[in-house]
Design a protein around this ligand. Structure first.
Ligand SMILES: [Zn+2]
Length: 105
């Protein structure tokens, strides 16, 4: 157990405390989730790109609608683009529309 300082009143409190016993403020915990990580489901992405990658469905799924439309028209860049996307998704280096990585959790 470590001691931290309350950001409201500045008194020492336990880092296990959910609220400050001195001023009663709620202590915000650092988010467990990585802000660079997409909330899109990795497995869904893998399956969509494997079965429907040629139609750009995985791009629509992650919010990249413009890319999805282009892939739909070009049939996934004649399959090459879809294949590259599929490999990137499997490797966990594919990003969604917000630039966040889609990785399996
Ligand atoms: Zn306090």
């Amino acid at each position: 157990m470590a001691l931290i300082y309350c950001r409201e009143c500045g008194k020492q409190i336990s880092d296990q405390a959910l609220s400050c016993p001195h001023c009663g403020c709620t202590l915000a915990r650092p988010a467990e989730v990585d802000p660079n990580k997409s909330d899109k489901d990795w497995l869904t992405c893998v399956l969509l790109s494997f079965f429907l990658g040629g139609l750009g469905i995985h791009s629509f799924y992650v919010g990249k609608n413009t890319v999805g439309v282009v892939q739909l028209i070009t049939l996934g860049g004649c399959g090459i683009w879809a294949l590259i996307d599929f490999i990137m998704i499997v490797c966990g280096s594919y990003r969604d529309a917000d630039g966040k990585l889609i990785t399996h959790k």
